[in-house]
Design a protein around this ligand. Structure first.
Ligand code: LMR
Length: 344
């Protein structure tokens, strides 16, 4: 009788094993007998906590994107600078290591200094003006300016107006800033703003700001109620002055080549998911801004200083030199468009 040689037995066993392993990678689906396709992974990285407008918007996008593509896309959301912080996220998006990021627009200063419009003191009177500006041609122009970096702006999400906090004293007049040092997000406009108030400043990544405040590297910072609340800055700060002098809003940015390389039906579904997530993020921004203001007031750790219109006017005048210095950088047309959005 013919008998296989031991070596032939071993080889056929390896072949069977190899075939079964190949089979594992492309299992027939339970129902239609189609091959299971690995989902497209979309990594969305941001620096704030999941319970912020941006954090919630990112999770809403995940939910809608996965639902609208029937699971063909899986969105992985990485909050709190887990994957990339301020310093690395732009480069990671350009190189395609992460697909979506949502930096505060001023952090795009290195790509286009006009994004610092958002830091011009008292540029917008209220949210309505800000949202009008988001929908303007000027904002479209800013978005398009990212193209050459292989980045694409998909949407703008709001957070809110900034307030000053510090650990030393109540800030009632510009003179009270004298000699204090504040953390800034990025860029020269913010540096000039603090200089106009007689204060020093240092750019510190968001993920390192709590420690910088705690260790006294800086005395204060400026942020939205919700960022102050969710980062627990009230544990390191004693005073908050309500000024609403500047904004924190986000550009939702994708890697352009990645986005262009998606199948049209997938991209359409993701665009729809982004549009719906944007509506949700706007609602959340308004809601969470009010909630966090209340939390901070009720928490009793921060002493609130509310200014009269006349006192705010003194700040506005003191910060006016920032406009003179940066008009040519940001562009008069863009500044005028922002002012126009605030006209009733
Ligand atoms: C900051 O750095 O303070 C903010 O831009 C953080 C954020 O993403 O809201």
């Amino acid at each position: 009788m013919f008998r296989k040689k031991p070596i032939a037995v071993a080889l056929s066993a390896v072949l069977v094993l190899a075939l079964s392993l190949v089979g594992c990678g492309a299992k027939p689906a339970a129902t239609g007998g189609e091959k299971e396709v690995e989902p497209i992974i979309v990594k969305f990285s941001h620096v704030v906590t999941p319970d912020t407008p941006k954090g919630k918007g990112a999770l809403k996008f995940k939910e809608l994107a996965e639902q609208k593509t029937n699971g063909k896309v899986k969105v992985e959301v990485y909050p709190s600078s887990q994957l990339y912080g301020d310093k690395e996220e732009l480069e990671a998006a350009q190189s395609g290591n992460v697909h979506i990021i949502a930096p505060s627009v001023t952090k795009l200063v290195g790509l286009n200094p006009k994004f610092q419009y958002t830091d011009l003191p008292f540029l917008f009177p209220d949210n309505e003006a800000v949202y009008k500006f988001f929908a303007s041609d000027s904002m479209k122009g800013l978005m398009n300016s990212l193209d050459k970096f292989d980045l694409q702006g998909l949407a703008v999400w709001p957070n809110g107006f900034k307030q000053f906090t510090n650990s030393k004293r109540p800030l009632v007049t510009p003179e009270d800033f004298n000699g204090l040092k504040f953390r800034t997000q990025a860029g020269k406009v913010l540096e000039a703003q603090f200089k106009a108030l007689g204060a020093g400043s240092a750019t510190i990544p968001f993920g390192e700001t709590y420690a910088a405040l705690q260790q006294g590297t800086v005395d204060g910072q400026e942020n939205t109620y919700n960022n102050i609340d969710t980062q627990k800055y009230q544990e390191t700060q004693k005073y908050l002055t309500v000024t609403n002098h500047g904004r924190i809003d986000y550009m939702i940015i994708v890697n352009k080549s990645f986005w262009a390389g998606l199948a049209p039906d997938i991209r359409k579904a993701l665009d729809e998911a982004m549009a719906e997530a944007t509506t949700y993020a706007v609602e959340q921004a308004d809601l969470l801004d009010r909630e966090s203001m209340k939390n901070l007031k009720d928490g009793g750790k921060l002493q609130f200083t509310e200014l009269t219109p006349a006192q705010l006017g003194v700040f506005q005048k003191a910060m006016q030199p920032v406009y003179t210095e940066f008009e040519s950088v940001i562009g008069k047309d863009l500044i005028d468009a922002a002012f126009a959005a605030g006209q009733k």
